[in-house]
Design a binder for this molecule. Structure first.
Ligand code: ADP
Ligand code: MG
Length: 345
């Protein structure tokens, strides 16, 4: 039995804009955060998988033959199983997790965990697997082992994003480019104080509603549809609204990329505000407390703000002038005592 330990890290990520369109044919714009997760992987000769984590008191003991059980160690187990199936490790593994990414908050703790385990297993084998391939395998763990029907954004962002920049990602081709973030404005991430689990079914329900819209329009790519055609169609609600969100969100991502490239913060903020309205009204993935947090963020001086992540809780992201950031944050957290500052890029 090898007792050599292999380590890997992955950051949390915030999505600036482009929500729930990474499985509907769209472009997305995530950025890596300075909070992150590190794992140590020690391969085992038997089929046991143990997981210890600074966020949990117990050490989980599982086996390569188990399915997901709703336990916190499921994503780690799924990642080790995938590493084993790919031939990166020949048995189970002992996994130790150290993380500063809040869980269930739309900052991709699950993707960071799975990607980091797969990267550690890659170095255990010395395998020539690209970071994009790691992301694809990590998505398969969420889709197939966890039963979370997510797109590819989170895994690509945490596997490949360059810290301090945004990643313009085409989720159909997986081509991506770096977009610089503004110099005089901060991208601020604030936790609403409300937590959700992607496995709780609401994410899957929204995905299913998009699938109904795809079947109606005979396309896999809701983002390529003309919003006017969707609005004029006789597709039932809520499917029509779901498709409308996708078809309007994709051009907003393109606007945001252009705005960042030209330094037009007002245009970036407008795209973010419109994105939030669409998530609230058409995709119906927000909550009243989050709508209030987003509205106050703008009222108090942000150029734009929106819910970020899978929805129904978690974080908001706002763009705010760096010289106003501290006063703005104090005022916002004063009005929303349950909210807390996570970080800024
Ligand atoms: P997120 O938006 O943070 O990705 P998810 O619900 O998709 O939220 O994933 C959260 C799950 O990932 C947790 O329930 C747990 O199973 C796993 N996880 C995340 N961070 C850790 C950690 N630090 N230690 C152990 N498991 C973790
Ligand atoms: Mg997740």
């Amino acid at each position: 039995m090898s007792d050599e330990t292999f380590s890997a890290a992955a950051p949390g990520r915030v999505n600036l804009i482009g929500e729930h369109i990474d499985y509907n044919g769209g472009m997305v714009l995530p950025a890596a955060l300075s909070i992150g997760l590190q794992i140590d992987l020690t391969p085992r000769a038997d089929r046991v998988v143990t997981v210890s984590a600074n966020d949990y008191d117990e050490i989980a003991s599982r086996t390569l033959d188990e399915t997901a059980s709703g336990h916190w160690s499921d994503p780690a187990l799924g990642a080790v199983q995938r590493a084993h199936a790919l031939g990166l490790i020949s048995g189970g593994a002992d996994i130790a997790v150290r993380s500063t990414i809040p869980q269930g908050s739309g900052l991709s703790s699950s993707a960071a965990l799975i990607v980091a385990i797969l990267k550690a297993a890659r170095s255990a084998k010395g395998a020539d697997i690209s970071d994009t391939h790691i992301a694809v395998e990590a998505r398969a763990v969420e889709n197939e082992f966890m039963g979370v029907p997510c797109g590819i954004m989170d895994q690509m962002a945490v596997s490949l994003a360059t810290p301090g920049t945004a990643m313009a990602l085409n989720t159909k081709t997986l081509t991506h480019s770096i977009v610089d973030l503004p110099k005089d404005h901060a991208i601020v991430v604030i936790h609403s104080g409300l937590t959700r689990k992607l496995t709780d079914g609401r994410y899957g329900a929204l995905k299913g509603e998009c699938d109904t819209a795809k079947a109606y329009f005979g396309t896999d790519d809701l983002c390529a549809l003309d919003p006017a055609d969707i609005a004029a169609s006789d597709l039932d609600q809520p499917y029509r609204k779901r498709a409308l969100h996708c078809a309007t969100e994709h051009p907003r991502v393109l606007d945001a990329i252009d705005a960042l490239k030209s330094g037009d913060i007002a245009a970036l903020g407008a795209a973010m505000n419109a994105s939030h309205a669409s998530m609230r009204d058409d995709f119906e993935m927000s909550l009243p407390a989050i709508d209030a947090l987003v509205a106050d963020a703008v009222t108090l001086g942000a150029d734009g703000a929106r819910l970020t992540g899978g929805g129904f809780g978690g974080c908001i992201v706002a763009v705010v002038a760096k010289d106003q950031q501290h006063a703005w944050l104090d005022a916002l957290l004063n009005r929303h005592p349950k909210a807390r500052f996570i970080g800024a890029v």
